[in-house]
Design a protein around this ligand. Structure first.
Ligand code: AMP
Length: 465
């Protein structure tokens, strides 16, 4: 069958966005842009520069940084192999083997070298690992420290989709890498997010903080051991997820939202009672620094964060109108991460804001922009008027007004109806008379009033209105 014949038989098929992904449409995108613009402005005032990262990274980067025992890495990543890399490996093998190669042998070598060299790639489930990779790759430790970076963009996790939980979602995050681990840095990073939320007038903002100790010191390890022992004694009363986590990640049990587990969790040992002297002092100083900045917080001993790399200060921010998925921001300190990824010992702290949830919360509290209207709808009739309308549209747009210029002639009545539907403020009426007189008619659609204006008067009038 020819290609053409095959095409003819293809039935039209409607496509839908893949489960857990969605289109963001106007006017909602106006709010997204406003949020991102505010992030640029606020983060800029704190000396942060934007980093734009790839969406794909080596799977191993996340396995190492986020932790292979975490849900994110073990269950939720979208991963694939790079076919080009497999082919390259085969070609390299063939070239190395030279002419007259025994094909049986060749297949065997190729198989083993493919296994060794296949590149596993993942869509990024988060961006902290990528920022650290970039810090190392570009030798940013040579720059004045600390290096302060922020990013925004889509992340991918194969989670069960629900309101506020998507498979492709968007984060705005920031990281401070290098320099000291002074508690003032922890407090300033938190102050920056709170300033951002404040600027957006996000409602019901609640900041929770905790310290989860130091992974290298005895405090964290000792606590996790005690927690594990305590959990084993109540194992039978816990659900399957928590039971599994006793082995894989006992701290995560504290995250549980299961009603039946809340009473049991309340009786478990608390990290604050097990912090070493240094970690306790760091935590106390971070709280003091927050107070000096007028940042209100609530201590929450159960706040442990899901990712392996966190240590000492952890924080989470919730907001109104989001139901069970009410966390809009999570963050914390991760001093060992850059080293774990092959870089020099480097202090680090950062956060990630869930932009989808932030937008949902803003919409719930009535911060959604109205349908994007137009300033001017140009109702034109006649060839000469069309030429004038094109010129007028160009000039008005240059002056920053949004203009709708209908592509074909319409009767004035229909044009005015269309202008109304689009939420235009004014209709500029251009017929033969207007063009020959050089006096244009501008109709204010809200009250129906009309002005006769010359071309320069029109711009003046619109600027003043
Ligand atoms: P995490 O990277 O898990 O610390 O998450 C940081 C923030 O990203 C959370 O507080 C949420 O606001 C947001 N977030 C995480 N996972 C999702 C998801 N699947 N859908 C929407 N937002 C998410």
């Amino acid at each position: 069958m020819s290609e053409g014949a095959a095409k003819k038989e293809e039935k039209p098929r409607k496509f839908q966005a893949i489960r857990g992904t969605r289109d963001l449409l106007p006017p909602e995108t106006v709010l997204w842009n406003r949020v991102e613009q505010t992030a640029h402005e606020v983060f800029g005032t704190f000396g942060f520069g934007e980093i734009i990262l790839p969406v794909i990274e080596s799977t191993e980067l996340f396995a190492r940084a986020v932790g292979s025992d975490t849900d994110i890495v073990s269950k939720e990543m979208f991963s694939f192999t790079d076919p080009a890399n497999v082919i390259r490996t085969l070609v390299q093998d063939a070239l190395q083997a030279g002419p007259g190669v025994d094909m049986g042998n060749f297949e065997q070598t190729s198989q083993s070298s493919i296994e060794g060299k296949v590149q596993f790639i993942s869509l990024r489930p988060e961006a902290t690992a990528s920022v650290c990779r970039a810090y190392i790759e570009h030798g940013m430790q040579q720059l004045p420290q600390p290096v302060k970076l922020y990013y925004r963009g889509p992340m991918f996790r194969r989670e069960r989709p629900q309101k506020g939980r998507y498979r492709q979602f968007y984060q705005i995050g920031a990281e401070v890498l290098g320099g000291s681990d002074a508690p003032a840095i922890d407090a300033e990073v938190i102050e920056m997010v709170m300033t951002f939320f404040d600027r957006l007038e996000l409602q019901g903002v609640q900041l929770d903080i905790n310290s989860i100790g130091h992974s290298a010191d005895n405090c964290r390890r000792g606590y996790v051991q005690k927690l594990k022992v305590a959990l084993e004694t109540v194992q039978d009363k816990l659900g399957p997820d928590s039971q599994r986590r006793i082995e894989t990640n006992p701290l995560r049990v504290l995250d549980s939202k299961l009603e039946s587990e809340q009473g049991i969790i309340a009786t478990l040992p608390r990290i604050a009672d097990h912090l070493c002297e240094e970690c306790a002092a760091h935590y106390a100083a971070a709280k003091h620094q927050l107070e000096m900045r007028g940042v209100l917080y609530r201590e929450n001993w159960r706040l442990v964060r899901g990712l392996d790399y966190y240590m000492r200060t952890t924080f989470e921010i919730t907001a109104k109108g989001l139901g069970s998925q009410n966390a809009v921001c999570g963050g914390g300190r991760y001093d060992g991460l850059v080293e774990l990824l092959g870089g020099p010992p480097t202090k680090g702290i950062g956060f990630a804001i869930g932009e989808d949830r932030l937008i949902l919360s803003l919409q719930e509290s009535g911060k959604a922009p109205a349908q994007q209207g137009r300033d001017v709808y140009i109702a034109w009739m006649g060839e000469r008027a069309h030429a004038t309308a094109i010129r007028a549209a160009k000039d008005l747009r240059k002056a920053g007004f949004s203009v709708e210029l209908p592509p074909v002639e319409q009767k004035f009545g229909k044009a005015l109806g269309q202008a109304d539907k689009l939420g235009a403020k004014y209709a500029l009426i251009l017929g033969d008379n207007e063009v020959s007189e050089g006096l244009w008619t501008l109709k204010t659609l809200a009250d129906g009033s009309q002005e006769k204006l010359t071309e320069p008067q029109l711009l003046d009038f619109l600027r003043k209105s």
